[in-house]
Write a protein that binds this ligand. Sequence first.
Ligand SMILES: C[S@@+](CC[C@H](N)C(=O)[O-])C[C@H]1O[C@@H](n2cnc3c(N)ncnc32)[C@H](O)[C@@H]1O
Length: 193
Amino acid sequence: MTTTKRWCPYGNWDDIASSSNEQVIKDKITGIVNYWEPNVIPPEIKSLIPEGSVIVDFGCGLGRNVRSLLEMSSTVIGYDIPEMIEQLNKTEEKSSYTRITSDLKEALEGAHVVYDSVVIQHIISKEELLYIAQCIQESSVDWVVSLNYKGVQWNEVFLSFLNWEVVHIQEDRTTFRGTPHILRCLRRPQRRE
Ligand SMILES: C[S@@+](CC[C@H](N)C(=O)[O-])C[C@H]1O[C@@H](n2cnc3c(N)ncnc32)[C@H](O)[C@@H]1O
């Protein structure tokens, strides 16, 4: 019997999220010891996203970016694997989210934007990527904003499953102490009836 490998070599997020030491989880999330600055959402992205959009912080971790996302919308949904959501539940950031969940379909309900800060780049299972892309495709989401470490190849598998147009792309050196990242904004080509 073949089993699909879920985790990329960077780490097993079930195990990471199960740590009893919050700092260990934070260090692994950012990949930089004692670094916990929120991402800066550049004006180019803010001007693309319609006002009042409901944003899903996809793979929200311990809520590092919730305050940045709240600058764009008052409704931010946190979504992550169950073990991470359990950890997020213990933090103050939890209450900054409108709701948090480990159920993707529930997270996407009524949403307009998926914000992916270094999450999709960690997902290597084609089945899982296909499932995520399908859920987004079938949802009310029209925008995907995705930040990836520059050294990591953009996830072509995810993009080909979703097949949305990249309407904005820029290098981001404001986050993660200036280590180069690429920020992309994808837009649904045409809203179905
Ligand atoms: C590098 S951390 C980034 C966390 C957060 N987005 C940030 O920038 O602070 C990756 C996050 O993706 C989550 N993750 C990994 N695989 C996932 C999956 N298949 N579905 C949802 N979240 C996942 C992990 O639990 C972790 O919180």
